[in-house]
Write a protein that binds this ligand. Structure first.
Ligand SMILES: Nc1ncnc2c1ncn2[C@@H]1O[C@H](COP(=O)(O)OP(=O)(O)O)[C@@H](O)[C@H]1O
Ligand SMILES: [Mg+2]
Length: 286
């Protein structure tokens, strides 16, 4: 990662720094500490993964950090800094980054888009909100570029389609295009491939890595699948019961896990095939 931009004062290498972060949920049975004192950071161009079984607190960590949890239900503590600016202490601060520096790729592509609006109108709306392009022609041109960037073929035709006319893998590519509309520095991807077939998953992960390589985007990947974590991560944090039980480089966590819990996650890996084989399957599904 020897990106010359890393040294520029306007884009310091550290994009996100989370310290002593906890989330307490107000439930009918009392207070439940869903996230318990986690620490992690993400540098420019890095992929950091939080992996853990279902219910371990991964989404609560991400949604809490982005302040997307209802304030009367979730009490946040600790610090979350984006480029050194604390975004927990003021809701205004996070709004500045949401849709600009930060973008979320949601888990289920089937429900994340409106069924009654075309792909094109939903993508153009995201481009308008991001506010970088002005005027109908510029916005349309950007929509075309974004779909090309996520390798959707026959762009003009696809823009006119409605969500139910596309496969799950193609819809996830549209959601990634929508996230990219804001030219984010940090993509938060909460189980971006879990709702997809294994063969389609690999094409989406490959695409995220390609985007990262060309634009230096940082990624916070959330997954329960160590096969996914192994493919994309620089650093992996293993989450259990709201805590990080093990953290380290991706190679170390996969090759030499210290915790029984991590070994059990490893034992559950579905096998992925080669990229070439998987891409041709993906393309045949358009
Ligand atoms: N709205 C809620 N009210 C009460 N408990 C919740 C709520 N949302 C999540 N939880 C609990 O918080 C814990 C962590 O959930 P979550 O972050 O969604 O896990 P993960 O994303 O790792 O599957 C779980 O035990 C879950 O039951
Ligand atoms: Mg989750």
């Amino acid at each position: 990662m020897s990106n010359p931009n890393e040294q520029r004062a306007s884009s310091p290498a550290m994009v996100l720094e989370v310290q002593n972060f906890s989330v307490e949920l107000m439930t009918d049975n009392g207070i439940f500490k869903a996230v318990n004192n986690v620490n992690f950071s993400i540098r420019r161009g890095q992929t950091v993964t939080i992996i853990g079984e279902s219910g371990s607190g991964k989404s609560t960590t991400a949604m809490g950090m982005l302040q997307l949890l209802p304030p009367d239900l979730a009490v946040l503590s600790g610090t979350v800094e984006i480029h050194g600016n604390d975004v927990l202490s003021s809701p205004k601060a996070i709004r500045r980054y949401r849709g600009r520096g930060l973008a979320l790729i949601p888990q289920d592509p089937m429900t994340a888009l409106s069924p009654v609006l075309s792909i094109g109108s939903q993508l153009r709306e995201a481009i308008k909100v991001a506010g970088r392009e002005k005027g109908k022609n510029a916005i349309q041109a950007k929509a075309v570029r974004l779909l090309e960037q996520v390798r959707i073929p026959l762009v003009d035709e696809q823009l006119k389609k409605f969500p139910h006319q596309l496969s799950g893998g193609m819809l996830q590519r549209v959601l990634i295009a929508i996230a990219l509309a804001s030219e984010p520095e940090l993509l938060v991807a909460d189980e971006p491939t879990s709702a997809l077939d294994v063969t389609v998953q690999a094409g989406i992960l490959d695409l995220l890595l390609e985007i990262q390589e060309t634009s230096g985007t940082s990624i916070l990947m959330i997954t329960h699948d160590i096969g996914v974590a192994r493919l994309v991560s620089d650093t992996i944090h293993v989450m259990q019961g709201g805590r990080f039980v093990e953290s380290g480089g991706a190679h170390q966590i996969v090759e030499d896990p210290q915790e029984e819990y991590t070994r059990n996650l490893l034992a559950a890996v579905p096998r992925l095939g080669t990229w070439d084989e998987l891409e041709s399957v993906e393309e045949s599904r358009v």
